[in-house]
Ligand binder design. Structure first.
Ligand code: CTP
Ligand code: MG
Length: 227
């Protein structure tokens, strides 16, 4: 089963508020995007395409290994992943059967998570995402902040990446959404696939695959790489 990894790295990182695009922010002295590529490779996905901000191509090429393909990302994560998927149809490269889509913002994803996603695809799943249980009590509030309801926690899961898909199915699912009109609701690829009616399997995620969104998350990741 030939797998290709897509790393979504074309965001700006507004909530982190660094002096450069989030994927280029150093963690233990190396850019987040380098950790994310390594995470896929350590888990068994060696062929990797990275979606980068168009104007930052040179900066990404300078830090990534030379055998990683770079493509210009888009305005939204959805547009960036779509651009990377289009690059997979390049006749210069073998077309993979399966694709793992990963966030550059999840640099410390353990190889076991990647391996679990691959194993589920190998077992016949067409779409698979790593998940973790919700541990906090979860409530609904009204517009002045008063709790109106408590959400039963047992069936809830937090969704991580990498998310694995049958490539042809993922391409068809992306083709079925109208990028401009529908971009907002799709915060991950599983949502795109579900919109096309495809069932999405889950495997166990890992707290170490946490997403770096705000400065505190980066501080936690720095502690992880030092221990
Ligand atoms: N991403 C992307 N293209 C975009 C927006 C986001 O490839 N146009 C990627 C980011 O680089 C990141 C992942 O999608 O690896 C998850 O997005 P998020 O954590 O929201 O990153 P940013 O959009 O960069 O951060 P922010 O929303 O705080 O600006
Ligand atoms: Mg974002």
């Amino acid at each position: 089963m030939h797998a290709v990894g897509i790393v979504a790295a074309a965001g700006s990182g507004l909530r982190l508020g660094a002096d450069r695009p989030k994927a280029l922010v150093p963690l233990g002295g190396r850019a987040l995007v380098c950790w994310a590529v390594d995470a896929l490779r350590a888990g068994g996905v060696s062929d990797v395409v990275v979606a980068v901000p168009a104007e930052e191509h040179a900066a990404f090429a300078a830090v990534l290994p030379p055998d990683v393909r770079l493509v210009a990302g888009g305005e939204t994560r959805t547009a960036s992943v779509r651009a990377a998927l289009e690059a997979l149809s390049d006749p210069a490269h073998p077309t993979p059967e399966v694709v793992l889509v990963h966030d550059a913002a999840r640099p410390l994803t353990p190889p076991d998570v990647v391996a679990r996603v691959l194993a589920a695809l190998d077992g016949g799943a067409r779409a698979v995402v790593p998940v973790l249980p919700v541990i906090d009590t979860t409530v609904v509030v009204d517009d002045i902040g008063v709790i109106t309801d408590a959400v039963p926690r047992e069936p809830l899961r937090r969704v991580q990446t990498p998310q694995g898909f049958d490539r042809a199915m993922l391409v068809a699912s992306y083709a079925a959404i109208d990028l401009v009109a529908d971009a907002a609701p799709f915060t991950d690829d599983a949502a795109v696939v579900r919109a096309a009616g495809i069932p999405v399997m889950t495997v166990e995620g890992d707290e170490r695959a946490a997403k770096i969104t705000v400065a505190h998350d980066l501080a936690v990741a720095e502690l992880q790489v030092r221990t």
